[in-house]
Design a protein. Structure first.
Length: 455
């Protein structure tokens, strides 16, 4: 039976929010053709005009922050505070990208016999395949700079979370962006997503999701010599040294892996604590975990909502035996995909929950002896996306940050993503960088032009 539509469920109640038609390969083909035609006109427009329209798009999004946030609560189960931040992040990304349109400069390179310049030209049509864990901001990570660089964008949202993407496409038209420049193609990854990846008219794919799917996309793009940016899995360490402010480190730890119910590639799910303060740290951590408010995501006081789906709930449960030794919080009973905050305290470093990406509100805590041992444990994973180092010693912070194989590290903080700094991972966590001052250039071709000055 053909996949023709998808029921979007509220993860907190399991009620159907909306039924969304699924995009077919033929519809993807039509969308690419329309996008290619519009992209040529968009690229030919004056940079100031493109920047002005993107800023207008940002302003329209700003006027619909609450609407977008409430929609995100319903389709993704995000807390209302997080959802407002996400909608605001889309606005900020559009504004930031608009500022780069008129600064997308090539270079003049000294050469004998003439003048040499480089031009940065748009790729054409870009496919963005966004995940369900942060549907709005991650969609904007690719969409905003791609549009700013003069490309058209086809966005394929996750099957479970297409509603905010569809609304953003409507807001883009309301802001005055050309029709077909930014299109949203909901549907199954192996149908609509695969059609985007394989289409010869799509110049680049930006994918955020699992490492398994990312590898498959990369292989297909390689076959077509198609550009690709991949933001994949993570198993990030939270390294707590004995000389750190233990109270601050313990207080900050719960939301470092419970934000978005742990459905975050940057989640600090491996808590590494120096052995000399291990017991003291657990004494501080337990009440911090137990006090996290889990419940109705539309309630302003809620800190953690449900998981996205029944399948995800079953996956997370599989990592936590009922008799596991753990610090546990609480979660609602009844309808919804709920799992309590959980810190496993008696696992071997090579246990599945300590090595694999759980993608839920589950962390493990492991002791280490010294700096060398901490780095060894931090790097004992195939991933390398993010991580934190807690210490008062600046020299140690710099040494450990240099030794940990990860793309984004924070000292005495759990911050990973800022739209004005680069983001991406090492090893199995991905390929390429998003965000930051160079984001637009990732969506351009470099053309070299030599002009002879010889008679």
């Amino acid at each position: 039976m053909a996949y023709t539509h998808h029921d979007v469920l509220d993860p907190a109640t399991e009620e159907i929010v909306r039924t969304v038609p699924a995009t077919t390969p033929a519809e993807v083909d039509t969308a690419v053709a329309r996008a290619a035609k519009t992209q040529r006109q968009w690229a030919a427009a004056a940079p100031a005009d493109r920047a002005r329209l993107l800023r207008r798009f940002a302003a329209v999004v700003d006027g619909h922050i609450e609407e977008l946030a409430r929609l995100e609560v319903r389709e993704a189960g995000h807390t209302i505070g997080n959802a407002r931040w996400e909608a605001g992040n889309v606005r900020d990304l559009l504004d930031y990208a608009a500022g780069g349109v008129e600064r997308l400069n090539g270079r003049q390179i000294p050469v004998p016999g003439g003048i040499n310049i480089t031009l940065l030209e748009p790729l054409g049509v870009v496919g963005v395949i966004a995940p369900w864990n942060f549907p709005m901001p991650i969609a904007a990570w690719g969409t905003a700079p791609a549009l700013a660089a003069g490309n058209a964008v086809l966005l394929k949202p996750a099957e479970t979370t297409p509603l905010t993407a569809l609304r953003l496409a409507e807001l883009a038209l309301e802001a005055g962006l050309p029709e077909h420049l930014f299109q949203v193609l909901p549907g199954a990854g192996d149908v609509a997503g695969n059609a985007l990846v394989e289409h010869p008219g799509v110049a680049k794919i930006v994918f955020t999701g699992s490492t398994r799917v990312g590898k498959n996309i990369m292989a297909k793009c390689a076959d077509r010599v198609k550009r690709v940016t991949l933001e994949l899995g993570g198993k990030s360490p939270n390294i707590v040294f004995a000389d750190s402010d233990l109270d601050a480190a313990a207080a900050a730890t719960p939301m470092s892996f419970l934000d978005n119910s742990g459905q975050d590639c940057c989640a600090r799910t491996r808590i590494l604590v120096q052995a000399s303060v291990y017991d003291r740290f657990l004494d501080l951590l337990a009440p911090a975990v137990e006090s996290v408010v889990v419940g109705d995501p539309s309630d302003e006081k809620t800190q953690m909502g449900p998981l996205i789906s029944r399948a995800q709930l079953d996956r997370v449960r599989g990592y936590v035996p009922d008799d596991a030794k753990a610090i546990r919080g609480t979660a609602p009973d009844g309808p919804g995909f709920w799992f309590p905050p959980t810190v496993l305290t008696d696992l071997a470093p090579d246990a599945p929950a300590a090595c694999e990406e759980v993608f839920g509100p589950v962390a493990v805590v492991l002791p280490f002896e010294d700096e060398e041992d901490a780095v060894r444990l931090a790097n004992a994973t195939e991933y390398g996306l993010s991580g934190s180092v807690w210490t008062r010693d600046v020299s140690r912070a710099l040494r450990v940050s240099g030794a940990v194989r990860a793309g984004n590290l924070s000292v005495n903080s759990h911050s990973s993503v800022r739209y004005w700094t680069p983001f991406g991972g090492y090893q199995q966590s991905g390929l390429g960088r998003e965000l930051g001052p160079d984001a637009l250039t990732a969506f351009t071709e470099t053309k070299n032009v030599f002009i002879s000055t010889e008679d």
